[in-house]
Design a protein around this ligand. Structure first.
Ligand SMILES: Nc1nc2c(ncn2[C@@H]2O[C@H](COP(=O)(O)OP(=O)(O)OP(=O)(O)O)[C@@H](O)[C@H]2O)c(=O)[nH]1
Length: 199
């Protein structure tokens, strides 16, 4: 079974959206300094762990990394339109980026109600462990799935992947295309025999 989903990253400039995408895609951290211009797109396939090999599942993710800089803000709705999942990213220890996350959530509620939201607090490696649990999530964002990660160290990316997987509804999964091809071949053969063709 396969599902294709569109994932978009939203959040203030420099909170680490591109670094999260890179970590999701390649498991690496590149100390990147250039800000994203407009948006960037990558694809990533993840296997859904299962005990039963007959129900193997794969999720193809189309991941859109948007620019956090103010001057590109008006373009962003174009990228979150039709997204199944939005990762709204803020930087742990940076209150203004958390306020910005609130604004993005409001935007999605106004313009993309079908999009499921995950709140991601990034740069866990920069905050002291004993203080990292003290993030006060604004009331508007409470109840949404939340995970603290570090794109630099890879901390909690397994949890982030699990949350993404859990948000893909069963109805989104379609039978593997290989089976569809087999189905088509059977259909062609049936038509041939029906028309009396012997070639
Ligand atoms: N220490 C630390 N630095 C990080 C982490 N994630 C990203 N950074 C750094 O933060 C800076 C900004 O990261 P980007 O991934 O470019 O941020 P962005 O949100 O894509 O920025 P825009 O393209 O402007 O929207 C870079 O210097 C990264 O190396 C992290 O988990 N820990």
């Amino acid at each position: 079974m396969e599902a294709t989903i569109k994932v978009v990253l939203l959040g203030d400039s420099s909170v680490g959206k591109t670094s999260i995408v890179t970590r999701l895609k390649s498991g690496k951290f590149l100390a990147k300094h250039a800000a994203t211009i407009g948006a960037a797109f990558i694809t990533k396939t993840i296997e859904v762990p299962s005990n039963d090999s007959s129900t193997e599942k794969r999720i193809h993710m189309e991941i859109w990394d948007t620019a956090g800089q103010e001057r590109y803000k008006s373009l962003v709705p174009m990228y979150y339109r039709d997204a199944n999942i939005a990762l709204i990213v803020f930087e742990l220890g940076d209150v203004s980026s958390l306020q910005c996350a609130k604004t993005w959530f409001q935007d999605l509620q106004d313009r993309a109600q079908g999009t499921q939201v995950i709140i991601v607090g990034n740069k866990y490696d920069l905050v002291c462990e004993e203080h990292s649990g003290e993030v006060t999530i604004p009331a508007e964002l409470q109840g949404l799935p939340y995970v603290a990660v570090s794109a630099k160290t890879g901390y909690n990316f397994d949890t982030l992947n699990k949350i993404i997987i859990s948000l893909v509804p069963e109805s989104q999964f379609k039978t593997l295309s290989k089976n569809n091809e087999q189905g088509n071949i059977l259909e062609i053969n049936k038509k041939k025999s029906g028309s009396g063709c012997i070639c």
